[in-house]
Design a protein around this ligand. Structure first.
Ligand code: GP9
Ligand code: MN
Length: 619
């Protein structure tokens, strides 16, 4: 029987075998999946089969000619998926999701490095196809279809493979499917193709959420957020009442560059001094996902988590929001965004309307010449100076978000703007990064001087915040060298998600500066700022807490389900001591209770976004 099957179905068997090997090959060479033990390696090795056997097996229902066509077609499609994912992974250290495909035109950085990321080895992935096509053409067909009974046995075997795969995964990591926020965990366990399938299903499910949601859906969420609310610290509440807020988003700026030197030269000399006159949060984490800068804008505006897949700026721009901008407008603030990119980029014009932002000064409001531009457009120094001029004419008080751009991947600036040496490592990206950060730092220095000159400084709160990481895990070796470590562990990767948050209140923080090391994240910005302005956020639907509140539990959840407290870091199913980075043995005790809280926050926030629940919020 078995032999009969192989004899009759050699083309199917060969197709499965080739695709299996190619998939595993890309797993090992195209991605950087952390494998901790032999069991995990085995799971990775067999998981392609639990997709390929059933899906390529569909060809058993076709006549032989169609069968061969189907198998060759499937091979082309699956090979394409492998290549597309390895190119995407090379840049984002992530896997493609359905919404990302629809925002492809915004993957700017990817375009510029496409050639760099295209590996000639990919061509080798088509060799089996040449062979299969040749065989399909030259070998005569055996003629008969497989008996119904044999097909049944085949599918029983396919189901067995799937179950075996899942059982092994469960053995290695109990309840692994509940860690479904982490794409790497999913790909390692259920496999790449299956991950795409799951992603497609969950996107479709998310779309249906809106239709079935009603007012009652909000009740459980309000119970959670009301119970989670932290009262403002009375010494801080309203200390900046009536002031303008000048919020500068620092492109790709991570905390690891602060107070660091390259060849004896400070990377951020201005910021190093500025934080001595400010509230500086040095354990503040970015919580963005595939939407990068736009996610950081979304988190700050709403104190909600961004989507796990794609950018909310694209997928959820039709939703109702109860943003900080709307609250500010109710308190007579004029709200604006300044960003020297086209207004349609990242769907900002549409999303800003939904968020209730009064005006958007996009590239058309700036004076841009070839001389004052670099890779991504207007240079930060120019951008900030021109923005300061534009702000001067705004009615006060205002809240302005200025989004910088020069320190963007691939971190290229003119030689004359390089104020310090490049770093020396195998990563050109990290080497250049320190010089573009240095340039950004210089631009901020000029900006503050400009605000002092044009009179906006004294009556404003100035906030600087990093939007997301600039140096991805693809540069871990160079990062380890920079940080003086042997290697970058998953614990370090979480720690590298720290971005600076600096709150500068002239006349206040220069008298009494503070470095605050309690754990916090971008989600906390909205209640923190509103409370400083004397606007209480009690009763608002938000997942952040005022960073100055005495009631607040130091806690930050990353979008992939990892979380950080002052004592622990939980990531990739492992609990680490925050202080030492050592693994904690009794992790169930220490991290266990908070896993649920982290997942609950993410899932409630997802419910709001997918169900468009804020349309029912009537306060
Ligand atoms: C695009 C700019 C950079 O306008 O905000 O976006 P990023 O690539 O960092 O998301
Ligand atoms: Mn960015």
């Amino acid at each position: 029987m078995k032999e009969q099957f192989f004899k009759k179905q050699w083309f199917l068997c060969l197709s499965i075998f080739f695709m299996w090997m190619k998939t595993y090959f890309i797993y090992k060479l195209g991605f950087n999946l952390q494998i901790d033990n032999a069991l995990q390696e085995l799971i990775l090795f067999i998981n392609p089969l639990s997709f390929l056997i059933p899906v390529l097996g569909i060809s058993l229902f076709f006549r032989e000619k169609t069968q061969r066509l189907y198998l060759i077609g499937a091979n082309v499609v699956l090979t394409g998926i492998l290549i597309a994912n390895s190119i995407f992974y090379g840049f984002y250290i992530d896997f493609i999701t359905v919404p990302v495909l629809f925002q492809a035109k915004n993957l700017g950085g990817l375009g510029s490095s496409f050639q760099e990321l295209f590996n000639p080895v990919f061509i080798a992935l088509f060799l089996d196809l040449v062979l299969l096509v040749w065989l399909a053409k030259t070998r005569t067909r055996t003629g008969k279809k497989l008996s119904a009974k044999a097909v049944k046995i085949y599918y029983a075997a396919a189901a067995g493979t799937v179950l075996f795969n899942l059982a092994l995964s469960e053995l290695d990591q109990p309840k692994f499917l509940s860690y479904s926020y982490d794409r790497e965990v999913l790909v390692k366990n259920i496999g790449l193709y299956q991950f795409h399938l799951l992603d497609g299903i969950s996107q479709t499910f998310n779309l249906t959420q809106k239709a079935v949601a009603d007012e009652n859906s909000l009740a459980t969420i309000e119970n959670y957020t009301n119970a989670d609310y932290s009262k403002p610290n009375q010494d801080m509440f309203g200390i900046a009442e009536g002031r303008n807020v000048i919020f500068v988003t620092l492109e790709s700026t991570q905390t690891f560059v602060i107070n660091e030197k390259v060849n004896g030269q400070e990377i951020t000399p201005f910021l190093n001094k500025f934080i001595q006159k400010s509230y500086y949060f040095d354990h503040f984490y970015q919580q963005t996902e595939q939407g990068k800068t736009s996610d950081s804008e979304f988190i700050v505006a709403n104190s909600l988590y961004p989507s796990l897949s794609g950018s909310v700026f694209f997928t959820k721009s039709e939703n109702a929001y109860n943003s900080m901008y709307k609250t500010l407008a109710n308190h007579d603030y004029r709200t604006s965004v300044f960003h020297a990119n086209h207004k349609k980029f990242w769907n900002r014009d549409v999303m800003y309307k939904a968020l209730g932002i009064d005006s958007f000064y996009d590239v058309s409001h700036f004076h841009v010449t070839p001389e004052n531009s670099t890779g991504w457009g207007l240079k930060d120094k120019e951008f900030l100076t021109q923005s300061a001029d534009l702000m001067k004419d705004l009615p006060q008080p205002f809240y302005s978000n200025l989004i910088t751009l020069t320190n963007h991947f691939p971190f290229q600036i003119d030689d004359k703007d390089k104020l310090i040496d490049e770093y020396d490592s195998d990563s050109e990206i990290l080497n250049r990064y320190v010089t573009t950060v240095r340039y950004e730092d210089e631009s901020l220095k000029h900006f503050i001087a400009k605000l002092k000159k044009n009179g906006l400084y004294d009556n404003s709160v100035i906030v600087f915040m990093g939007d997301h990481y600039g140096i991805s895990e693809a540069h871990n070796d160079a990062l380890a060298q920079f940080l003086g470590k042997d290697e970058i562990t998953p614990y370090d990767t979480v720690q590298l998600q720290r971005v600076p948050l600096i709150i500068h209140i002239p006349g206040v923080t220069d008298q009494d500066p503070k470095t605050i090391s309690e754990t916090g994240g971008q989600i906390d910005v909205k209640p923190t700022l509103l409370h400083l302005l004397g606007i209480d956020t009690k009763g608002m639907i938000q997942f952040g807490n005022d960073l100055f509140s005495k009631e607040r539990m130091p806690f930050a959840v990353l979008r992939n389900g990892s979380f950080i407290t002052d004592d622990y870091i939980y990531t990739k199913n492992t609990c680490y001591s925050k202080k030492t980075g050592d693994m904690i043995n009794d992790s169930e005790d220490k991290c266990g209770p908070l896993i649920e809280k982290a997942n609950q926050e993410l899932s409630l926030s997802d419910k709001i976004i997918n169900g468009d629940l804020l349309r029912f919020y009537k306060k």
